[in-house]
Design a protein around this ligand. Structure first.
Ligand code: NDP
Length: 496
């Protein structure tokens, strides 16, 4: 069946009479996994499309709700193994000179429980109290610092959420860093304090990460903020892992997702680096050029994030992902522990780069960052100006696509297809990868452990290409194919 709407032609493969509600559509797609529980909650408060004779398939874009046994097992696996991996890496760094191989062999050749008891980080109440104080301090800055008004993207249910005063991340980052450095200069704090208490803080962050994930899960069931944006599948494990609520909030504006993703973990990133630099100095008597370059590259990435915090409101994390373990635990534990592995490694095992190599790594890293920023800027400016802007000196070329939200509202979206976005559909990931590999190159080739960040980013971003495009294909229907035909390369033109 073919329908013409506005500027585009939409080919609908689903008869509107067959599926005049979203749930009927979902049931038909996957009757086995459309469980009673998911049916109750997905059915209940969600409005049906206003016009039963609507011309597009009912909207199901957003978080996947077709859970399979594989998805459940995968979720259980990630939730239980990711914290073990974080601890395993810390043990490798602290006890086995950064060798994952020796750590693994030692684990396999010893009594497992005794091994875990001997090497695992120990819980210390003062570390936990310090971590909670850190969390509350960031929450205070998030709540009370003034900042410009941010506007989120339309949610699948049709909400356009306001983010008043919370795009104040740069002030929060600056105040925190200046305070930390000042307290160190005044001799109130040992600058290596974070590095020295790292194992206790890691454990505390894990506790907080799980508490927040459970809170998000139960809040979604018992007092959700926007019912019509809830997404439940037939799997508790998958729901816990990927999240149910889209924008859980205290009151109408205090946004959990923006706070958790954008504050305690990312603000800590540069502080952790500084503390490990101080520790390197205290342990080895000097500061290596490699740790300084790694920290500069991290700092560029972090500062960019805060300066462009409003842009972050229109990225996948905030605009499309639901809030569960993936974002909550990931932002509180995974990010600060695994993204800082390079400086953690270099603080213990300094690496002295020749100046040409150091300059090359820094230059390539900065080039990666410039690509990353300019690609992201092009997308953002096109959306903000409704396509009325110049890209690489020429008027932006855009495709105008239609989509509908669950309330039946019809909307238009602009997809840029010139500039970077005419070369590949995810050129921003390419810039990010160049930067990631440069960060890791500061650590040399002796061990794979400090390269984990680059390996992880490669997997994450390749998977994102797939995940994002699946969602876009559902959101825009056959219009998406038109875009793919116009910009055929996913990541690297001519290769992939
Ligand atoms: P994008 O910012 O590219 O956002 C993807 C969304 O943009 C799509 O879902 C679609 O949303 C819209 N879009 C797609 N194509 C176009 C186009 N041609 N023109 C305009 N809009 C388009 O991706 P991410 O949110 O994944 O990443 C943002 C940045 O953050 C990237 O640079 C990435 O490298 C980085 N990143 C870093 C991570 C880290 O841990 N360090 C993790 C993840 C990302 P819509 O529905 O609005 O059309």
């Amino acid at each position: 069946m073919q329908h013409t709407r506005g500027l585009t032609t939409v080919v609908s493969t689903v008869s509107s009479n067959e599926f005049d509600t979203e749930d009927a559509f979902i049931r038909n797609l996957n009757p086995i996994h459309y469980s009673k529980r998911a049916q109750q909650i997905n059915n209940n408060p969600r409005p049906t499309l206003k016009q039963p004779g609507a011309i597009t398939p009912p909207v199901i874009w957003g978080r996947n709700i077709h859970s399979t046994l594989v998805a459940s097992l995968f979720s259980i696996g990630v939730v239980s193994l990711a914290p073990c991996l974080v601890v395993f890496f810390w043990i490798a760094l602290d006890w086995f000179e950064g060798s994952l191989l020796h750590t693994g062999l030692s684990f396999l050749s010893n009594d497992k429980l005794a091994w875990v008891a001997l090497y695992s980080p120990q819980f210390h109440l003062p570390d936990f109290v310090a971590y909670v104080a850190w969390f509350l301090f960031q929450a205070g800055l998030y709540t009370y610092l003034p900042g410009p008004l941010g506007t989120g993207q339309l949610t699948p249910a049709g909400y356009q959420l306001q983010v008043p005063s919370y795009t104040n991340g740069f002030s929060a980052w600056l105040i925190t860093n200046v305070l930390f450095v000042s307290l160190c200069i005044l001799d109130v704090l040992d600058p290596a304090i974070i590095a020295k208490h790292w194992s206790g803080l890691l454990l505390s962050a894990n506790i907080m990460g799980f508490l927040l994930s459970f809170f998000a899960y139960f809040k979604a069931h018992f007092f959700p903020t926007h019912r019509s944006d809830l997404k439940l599948s037939s799997s508790h494990a998958y729901d816990f892992y990927m999240g149910i609520e889209f924008n859980p909030r205290f009151g109408s504006t205090w946004d959990f997702k923006l706070f958790t993703n954008g504050r305690p973990g990312i603000v800590a990133w540069t502080l952790i680096d500084l503390s490990f630099i101080a520790w390197q100095y205290q342990t080895h008597g000097y500061v290596s050029n490699s740790i300084v370059i790694a920290t500069i590259l991290h700092a560029i990435y972090v500062i960019d994030f805060f300066v462009n915090e409003d842009w972050y409101l229109r990225t996948l994390d905030i605009a499309h992902d639901h809030f569960g373990y993936y974002l909550a635990w990931g932002s509180l534990v995974w990010l600060p522990s695994m993204y800082t592995l390079q400086t953690q490694y270099l603080a213990r095992y300094p690496m002295d780069l020749s100046w040409p190599v150091a300059a090359a790594i820094l230059g390539v890293g900065v080039a990666g960052y410039i690509i990353f920023r300019s690609v992201n800027w092009q997308k953002d400016v096109v959306r903000r100006t409704n396509g009325e802007c110049l890209i690489w000196g020429k008027k932006a070329e855009v495709l105008v696509f239609d989509y509908v939200t669950q309330d039946g509202g019809k909307h238009k979206s602009l997809l840029l297809c010139s500039g970077w976005w005419g070369l590949s559909r995810h050129a921003n990931y390419l810039g990010d990868l160049i930067l990631s590999y440069s960060m890791c190159a500061t650590c040399g080739l002796k061990h794979i452990l400090p390269w984990f960040y680059a390996i992880f980013m490669t997997i994450l971003l390749l998977h994102r290409c797939h995940r994002d495009e699946q969602r876009c294909a559902v959101k825009y229907g056959q219009q998406w194919e038109k875009y793919v035909a116009r910009v055929p390369w996913k990541l690297l033109p001519g290769v992939y």
